[in-house]
Design a protein around this ligand. Structure first.
Ligand code: 4AD
Ligand code: MG
Length: 482
């Protein structure tokens, strides 16, 4: 007999003579009521054991974490909270779970820290089951959105020979030995003897390769792992994260902002429509977590309200120059509450500034655009009407409440000569990026794209507060367990 998923049993429209369910015991009460979960839904199915006719030996083995199979009748539940339950006729223990040793005991309310150390088992909790189902649905929504619009999914390389994007510190990839490393005459590592016969790294972004594909296929997107070796031990940074990077030929910065906003609203709506039970649970979790915080630090909106708010309101589009004026005149700046005081135009914005703009000033998602050229990447398009000494580029960052930067993107510098000048000024090797420059040498055109950090999106949608809790096995400085 095939077993039926708990989700389907709970959604049944009739009682059923004989069903089989398999899953893991969450709790076992009164020697009678098993809460069984199989990961198909956040909801458990109650399995009622006929304890008088079940050997004590078996009852003792129904412990939290044990894998079991039950065969019985799906009947209407007399208890509150569920429509159906299983009246068990036959119970089989598939895998024992020693009650003394199984680390995830619901009654102990394990801390998030403890759960991170047990990342291989934390997914057996309601919270992590919900997060990971939402994450999965969001990935599907990402593909759905772009596929429906005719974008081509491109797999850009993970091992890359170019390190010129400058998006972050890179992890080296090498097959050379650490002792007896082959050296050149001047004592440098001789990469000619390495696997690829050159220096290689893990990618920090698929953008440059993505651009070459956009300049042939029109609209493309990437969705893959990205690596940054920055020593940022924050609740927003991972050393390995997933990024979505669309790139579109003939789009300018306004089109790029429209695309990013529409895309984010689509995927959030998709999660709201398809993850109701999980999101309701996560909303409750957040409320609980916030009870321990002072009133002023609590969110003004509950999770679902916040997600709906993002769908129903346009993102506020603000130029960097306007943002600087707002920040300079802000109370925390005047009272020197910011760690980095904003004195003049040209200052790079820190996350405290971004969060002030979004959470205190505008109170909605914000798109900042037209940043100073010298704090942004070389490939961003120089604005036409820019004053000398105050050059700006067609860059955009999308800032979200509680998250800060969720998207970074730009219109690209499509003019060969301007791009070369910029690369010279920044001492970027033209030879090494010759392939990239070919997009500007042959059939160049306006184009634009952006990168969205997938985990930051999952953070926002799930209402979690630490990025380590929205990826199965987080990689951060000092931590690569599992
Ligand atoms: O702003 P970033 O560095 O932009 C790029 O990499 C461009 N090449 C994107 C493009 O135009 N195609 O990164 C994009 C986004 C950030 O806004 C942030 O959401 C996320 O990637 N991100 C990180 N997420 C988690 N951990 C990190 N260390 C991250 N660094 C960036
Ligand atoms: Mg950025």
């Amino acid at each position: 007999m095939r077993h039926t998923k708990v989700k389907d049993l709970l959604n049944s429209t009739t009682t059923l003579q004989e069903v089989n369910a398999k899953g893991w015991v969450r709790t076992f009460r009164n020697n009678q009521f098993i809460a069984l979960n199989d990961g198909s839904t956040i909801n458990n199915i109650q399995c009622v054991v006929d304890f008088e006719n079940t050997p004590d030996e078996t009852l003792k083995r129904i412990t939290t974490g044990a894998a079991i199979s039950v065969i019985g009748t799906l009947i209407e539940s007399k208890g509150a909270g569920q429509k159906y339950e299983i009246q068990v006729n036959k119970l089989e223990i598939l895998g024992d779970s020693d009650a003394e040793k199984f680390p995830i005991q619901p009654k102990n309310k394990p801390s998030l820290d403890f759960l991170r150390e047990n990342a291989h088992l934390r997914v057996r909790t309601n919270m992590f089951g919900a997060i990971m189902r939402v994450r999965s649905v969001l990935s599907f929504a990402v593909h759905n959105y772009f596929q429906q619009k005719g974008f081509v999914y491109v797999n850009t390389p993970i091992i890359t020979g170019s390190d010129a994007e400058g998006a972050g510190e890179m992890f080296k990839v090498t097959a050379l030995p650490f002792d007896n490393t082959p050296r050149t005459e001047d004592g440098k590592v001789n990469y000619k003897e390495d696997f690829f016969e050159k220096e290689t790294n893990l990618t920090v972004s698929g953008q440059l390769e993505g651009e070459t594909y956009a300049m042939a296929l029109g609209q493309i997107y990437t969705f893959g792992p990205t690596f940054r070796a920055e020593n940022s031990n924050t609740s927003r940074h991972l050393a390995e994260f997933w990024m979505i990077e669309p790139e579109v030929a003939f789009n300018n910065l306004d089109d790029n902002m429209d695309l990013a906003e529409d895309f984010i609203q689509y995927v959030i709506k998709y999660a709201l429509d398809n993850c109701q039970d999980d999101l309701k649970f996560l909303e409750g979790r957040l409320l609980d977590e916030e009870k321990s915080k002072p009133q002023a630090e609590r969110s003004e909106m509950a999770l679902l309200e916040k997600l709906n708010f993002v769908l129903e309101n346009n993102f506020k589009r603000v130029s960097y120059t306007e943002a600087i004026d707002i920040l300079r005149d802000s109370t925390p700046n005047k009272k020197k509450k910011f760690q980095y005081i904003i004195n003049e135009w040209g200052a790079d914005l820190q996350s405290e500034h971004e969060r002030y703009l979004v959470e205190k000033h505008f109170k909605c998602p914000v798109i900042l655009f037209d940043y100073p050229a010298n704090i942004k990447a070389f490939y961003m398009r120089l604005n036409d009407n820019t004053e000398p000494g105050r050059e700006t580029v067609r860059a955009m960052d999308i800032l979200f409440p509680g998250i800060g930067e969720i998207v970074g993107g730009s219109e690209r510098e499509e003019r060969y000569d301007v791009l070369i000048e910029k690369m010279k000024a920044l001492e970027i090797d033209e030879e090494e990026l010759s392939w990239y420059l070919d997009t500007r040498r042959f059939g160049s055109a306006t184009h634009a794209g952006f990168g969205l950090g997938f985990e930051r999106l999952v953070l926002f949608v799930t209402g979690m507060t630490n990025i380590r809790d929205v990826i199965p096995f987080p990689r951060t400085p000092g931590n690569a367990e599992f």
